[in-house]
Design a protein around this ligand. Structure first.
Ligand SMILES: O=C(O)CCC(=O)C(=O)O
Ligand SMILES: [Fe+2]
Length: 226
């Protein structure tokens, strides 16, 4: 009775030919594309697989160092990538674990659909609406500044907010630049294209009434260790 059964990897492979209908959103120095990559059931199958096979970092790798103190992160986190890559952000350095077959498969479909190459993925797991990520820019030295970041969302939909750096400044430097809000939904891919991460902060704020897990995969291009 296996004739009609296709493995997750085979199903993902078929997405390589998918024509994503992108919605482009632009503002001053902000350039993002947003579109459905994985049909609902396939997205759920992928989420189930990640939920059963991923183990998230613990201990020092699940902390950040800000304002002179170590803090636990308000979400779970793990990273995979090419051998030897590390990612230093928020005062901590995390290593890339060896790619799993399914993560390589997802990376390759994103490359097929977008034309961009990635050697690293940071995975964030939000257990419920109290897990979140604060305003930040992904502009670290380890990242290739000319490459986009591809962010795949699975599970519970969450608000995602972009804020221009000048809108965060104190008076009289502050400028009134409107925030850009998106709801990141199950199966959708968000491309953050340069120079977005130079000028715009982004966050996934806590949402008290949101119950359920969200897993987000941000595929990135790191500059190789020299
Ligand atoms: O969970 C998300 O959608 C975004 C995560 C993020 O911004 C990051 O890992 O840098
Ligand atoms: Fe980010």
């Amino acid at each position: 009775m296996e004739a009609n059964y296709r493995s997750l990897e085979q199903e993902l492979e078929a997405v390589k030919n998918r024509k994503v209908l992108w919605r482009k959103i632009t503002a001053e120095n902000l350039d993002v594309d947003y579109g459905l990559l994985l049909p609902r059931l396939l997205g759920s199958r992928l989420l189930d697989r990640l939920e059963s096979e991923l183990e998230y970092f613990t201990g020092d790798l699940a902390k950040i160092f800000v304002y002179g103190k170590w803090h636990p992160i308000h979400r779970q986190q793990v990273a995979f990538g090419d051998t030897g890559l590390t990612y230093t952000f928020s005062g901590n350095t995390i290593p890339a674990l060896k790619w799993t077959p399914v993560l390589l498969c997802v990376r390759d479909i994103i490359t097929a659909v977008t034309g961009h190459y990635f050697n690293f993925v940071l995975i964030n797991r939000y257990r419920d609406g109290s897990d979140h990520i604060s305003e930040h820019r992904d502009d670290e030295r380890d990242l290739d500044p000319a490459a986009p970041i591809a962010s795949l969302s699975l599970g519970r939909a969450r608000d995602f907010i972009f804020k221009h750096c000048d809108a965060r400044k104190p008076e009289p430097y502050k400028r009134n630049v409107s925030t850009v809000k998106l709801v990141l939904e199950h199966g959708y891919l968000l491309m953050m294209n340069p120079p977005t991460n130079k000028m715009w902060y982004h966050s996934l704020p806590p949402r008290k009434n949101c119950h359920g897990v969200r897993v987000n995969l941000t595929f990135r291009k790191m500059v190789q260790p020299s």
